[in-house]
Design a protein around this ligand. Structure first.
Ligand SMILES: [Fe+2]
Length: 179
């Protein structure tokens, strides 16, 4: 099972593509999300989920193309379904729900205003803010609160000036969370 750890480290280390319309790479964005989770004294599971939340973007061929063509790549389910073989629900479910969490939070105007331009565009593709029924369903899901926390770190993790940790610094944590 250690292979997945090597694969994760390889993908992070070799990722050069910018995160959909932002000024940071996908890898840097995820590292920064994990660092924010740590700064906010999150559980190890949430740090790990934050670190891997956009892993699906590594698995689709050209994420930028999807945005250009206005297609929702459903990166959250691609990433979660792939990683489910290796990591437990405590990590996978917040990853799976982090886009729903964005749609949940987007009902609140003060949150909506925080969204970057690219994030507003993808929100539209993802279905826009949730309806009342969707809110009810979302709140009934285990791990929805972790997903909301993850989503808040996610939103704040697009700063190109932050000094980042290296993916290798998370190796032990990743190994400790393997199924
Ligand atoms: Fe993200």
């Amino acid at each position: 099972m250690q292979n997945i750890i090597e694969e994760i480290i390889f993908n992070f280390s070799n990722n050069k593509s910018l995160y959909l319309g932002e000024n940071v790479t996908i890898a840097d964005h995820m590292l920064q999300t994990a660092m924010l989770a740590e700064k906010n004294k999150s559980s190890d599971n949430l740090v790990c989920a934050s670190l891997l939340h956009d892993y699906g973007h590594f698995l689709v061929e050209d994420p930028d193309k999807l945005v250009d063509e206005k297609i929702d790549g459903e990166h959250e389910s691609i990433g979660a379904n792939y990683l489910r073989k290796f990591f437990p629900d405590t990590i996978i479910e917040p990853i799976l729900l982090h886009v729903e969490a964005k749609r949940f939070l987007a009902r609140d105007l003060s949150y909506f205003k925080l969204l970057s331009e690219a994030s507003v565009i993808s929100l539209k593709l993802q279905g826009g803010p949730m309806s009342d029924d969707e809110i009810k369903q979302f709140k009934s899901k285990p791990y929805h609160q972790e997903a909301i926390k993850l989503r808040r770190f996610d939103e704040g993790a697009k700063n190109p000036k932050v000094r980042l940790k290296k993916i290798k610094e998370y190796k032990e944590l990743l190994i400790s969370k393997l199924k």
